[in-house]
Design a protein around this ligand. Sequence first.
Ligand code: ZN
Length: 511
Amino acid sequence: MTGMVDLVIRGAKVVSAEAIYEAAVAVDGECIVAVGDEALMPPARQVLDADGLYLLPGAIDSHVHFRDPGYPHKETWRTGSAAAACGGVTTVFEMPNTNPPTGTLEALRMKLEAARHSYVDYGIHGLLGDDTIDRLEDLLEAGVTSFKAFVGNTFGNLPAPSDGALLEGFEKLAPLGIRTVVHAENSSIMARREAQLKAAGRRDPLAHLDARPAVAEIEAIGRVVTLAEWTGARIHIAHHSAADSLFVLRDAKRRGVDVTVETCPQYLLINTDHMKKLGGLLRVNPPIREPRHNEPLWQALQEGVIDMIATDHAPHTPEEKSREDIWACDCGFPGVETQMPLMLTEVNRGRASLMDYVRWSAVAPAKAWGIWPLKGRIAPGAHADIVLVDMNRRATLQQGRLQSISRISPWHGRTVVGTPCHTLVRGRFVMREGQLVTDAAGWGASVKSIQKMPPPRPRNLDTTSSAIRRAPADAPASARAAPGAQDSIWADESAYLHPLAPSGARTGGAS
Ligand SMILES: [Zn+2]
């Protein structure tokens, strides 16, 4: 290579999911153009000395709430994405419980307008609810990358989709190969228990957990896995919290259901011992659970039952988080800026390797959302989404120094060892020497144009809502649907084969 490139990063150890090796990385424009021996790098306009640092693909966070439109006093795209940049996160997927919720074309237009201020790249989860079923294709066309179904209630009080709507939504999305995030808690169980707890006068922090027992998660995961398996739809379980529901996912994955799973640092590192002290600050959905849940979640990550780390970055103001009555505290807290130092600290403690961390933070989400291999890896041709981390740097997390508007964090005062020091998004520094590069606001772009999901694997489409519109052949002509009423995508029977079925077998009922 003879041409001059924009940047060579030298001296670092490059980390992939499989290996850690010394190499220089050359960046030109938005992409990585070479990885290898420093002596073989092309001349560069700029050289970054990264001796002693590790070079990782930027983290991809499947689950953030940037609150705009609707709640800019809690967060904006500018502040939320600044937090991402300073936390080593180069791509975020943002949730639809804004106001208006991202379930109409007009609401999506407002969201995309707000996202123009982003420092980091982003995908948009559209809303899958009873009222949006007929607009799913239009929303995809207009820019959403994926959907979210609030099967359990949370901030924004969006009604949970009925099971019928969920099935119909999956029937529509399965042939398109699009993945739906599910907040998997059973709303009916939680509403009844919450009413009883309130009637009994419970206002203490642990009443929140008592309203949302693990069985609410087990039931909801079982239900959505059933619907996903039947239709062949792709789903993603948000913020997995309970040890007890892992068996459902382990079995579903074994059967070939395309379900990906995230958990968050708060479910790995925090439990009810902290909840008793921090109270409403830790009110989050699903709830912070008993200590017995922490270790099985780590094991599930190692095993691959849980695929990835996300944050559920869910900011509120300090006032909204510190009310005396637990039921009056808003649910969630910021996390996108603290995930990496918290997890790197666990790597330093020996709980996982840096390669594991890259698999959980970058490779798995890139694959789940169809942005691999352009994102999630350090290789020629990939986007230069890079984070350089200092595994020896010791720091104390300070909520007052967070980029988020929500300067309140359950991690405040915690000592971490291992922090991000430089973050690049598509070749551009968005954080340098630990400082936000403020003129990079607006550099972030939607990943919609690069998204490419694997081929869809729909199943059982002959029983889908198309059956409602279809009369039997011996019915009177007046009762039959007009020609063309059936979607042509359902004509190819070979597409219906279950991936695990013996060759030549047609898919039948549940396997
Ligand atoms: Zn959330």
